[in-house]
Design a protein around this ligand. Structure first.
Ligand SMILES: *[C@@H]1O[C@H](CO)[C@@H](O)[C@H](O)[C@H]1NC(C)=O
Ligand SMILES: *[C@@H]1O[C@H](CO)[C@@H](O)[C@H](O)[C@H]1NC(C)=O
Ligand SMILES: *[C@@H]1O[C@H](CO)[C@@H](O)[C@H](O)[C@H]1NC(C)=O
Length: 369
């Protein structure tokens, strides 16, 4: 009796995360509201490596106050009143304690300040990702981006580097609000062969931002900020939350914002000769994204085009794609056939929402047929 009690306590302890090295949310001074002393600045330029609390900087870094002018452009900051700008080859970094082996995603907000294509190199050694910021998805010029890593050590130095070599040193991305979130690798369940089919596990979304988070392209599935899913295409997909958008199921979903250039995919384990059904929801995010939309779903060699008439006010329909597996690994993929622009703002790309993706094996295909 007593032994059983002790055992159950031990089991309970084993399942609880005993050391939580990281709290989900902003890094220390992650929104740069704490600034350098006036004596550590020359104009907007930050002069010392350690002048911004919590951060170490290298190269030409500016401390920007919201409302500051650059030429005839007014610089606006999404969170609070301050942000930083990374000049050519400039870096900001912060070292945090992490749990070795765990997966983490970083979310940050960034805006271009010049017309050129800009990129940011986000890294935690030995991993890095060069994220393109060429296309604007939100009307105020700011977008949030996600990137993920697996901790190889008990500390992680998160670096954001501008690899650009612009002629105008005042060009370079503005950065604000850098946050972290621990990712728990999802598992397939008895009711779904796919992992994370509802997209509930994913990068941190700032509670105060209403533009979602871009999950950049060319991400391998073991280091995806959207666990188990890959973004295989040229452009990002947008991760959205039910606090700011209409979401078919649960609290999170994915908006396919760049037509055929933005696809999400997952490889599922399947049994050759078995019949499967891919079930999913297609809708709109209630973000003034109006018009005739089509989501194309792919499984093995089968394709299903799901038309959806969006009034831009939310809503969804369900669809099923049935296929017979011809391999032990079947690639599931979704993309949007068309490009769509928001009706309230003709500079922002938008698109259909995909959510609640389930893959089930059909026990008795003939009876259901
Ligand atoms: C990391 O952990 C060490 C103790 O292991 C502690 O001294 C240090 O303050 C921690 N650093 C941060 C940034 O929390
Ligand atoms: C990105 O940054 C990492 C770490 O500083 C570096 O190792 C890597 O070479 C950089 N990649 C590019 C393409 O600049
Ligand atoms: C959201 O905004 C409120 C009020 O402006 C602020 O107090 C809070 O710190 C912000 N939260 C985050 C996570 O940025």
């Amino acid at each position: 009796m007593e032994a059983a009690a002790v055992l159950s306590v031990l089991l309970l302890c084993a399942t609880v995360h005993t050391t939580v090295a990281v709290t989900d949310g902003l890094l220390w001074n992650g929104n740069f509201e704490l600034g350098p002393k006036a004596s550590d600045m020359k104009g907007s330029e930050v002069l010392k490596h350690d002048a911004i609390p919590g951060w170490t900087i290298f190269g030409f870094v500016e401390y920007i106050k919201s409302g500051q002018k650059q030429g005839d452009m007014l610089l606006v900051v999404p969170e609070g009143a301050y942000a930083v700008r990374l000049g050519n080859e400039a870096t900001i970094e912060q070292t945090i304690n992490v749990t070795k082996g765990m997966y983490y995603s970083i979310t940050f907000s960034a805006a271009r300040t010049c017309a050129q294509e800009e990129t940011l190199n986000v890294s935690v050694a030995p991993d890095f990702g060069v994220l393109p910021m060429q296309t604007l998805y939100s009307s105020n010029g700011w977008d949030s981006y996600a990137w993920a890593f697996q901790a190889e050590y008990t500390t992680a130095t998160i670096k954001l580097h501008n690899p650009g070599v612009e002629e105008d040193p005042a060009c370079g991305p503005l950065i604000d609000s850098i946050a972290i979130k621990t990712l728990y690798p999802p598992k397939p369940s008895r009711v779904n062969i796919l992992k994370n089919g509802g997209f509930e596990e994913g990068p941190y979304i700032f509670p105060n931002t209403s533009w979602g988070v871009l999950v950049p392209p060319n991400i391998e599935d073991d280091h995806s900020p959207l666990p188990a899913w890959m973004v295989e295409s040229l452009k990002a997909v947008k991760y959205i939350d039910s606090d700011h958008f209409s979401v078919p199921q649960g609290r999170r979903a994915v908006e396919l914002v760049a037509g055929k250039e933005s696809a999400i995919a997952q490889v599922a384990r399947t049994v050759v000769g078995k019949t499967y059904e891919l079930l999913f929801a297609v809708g709109d995010a209630s973000n003034s994204c109006e018009g005739s939309m089509v989501v194309e779903a792919f499984a093995n060699k089968e394709t299903l085009k799901v038309p959806y008439e969006s009034k831009g006010k939310g809503g969804f329909k369900r669809a099923v794609l049935r296929f017979v597996a011809t391999s032990t690994r079947t690639r599931i993929m979704f993309y949007s056939t068309f490009y769509t622009m928001r009706s309230d703002d003709f500079s922002s790309l938008c698109g259909p929402v995909v959510d609640d993706v389930k893959l089930l094996s059909v026990r008795n295909p003939r009876r259901l047929a």
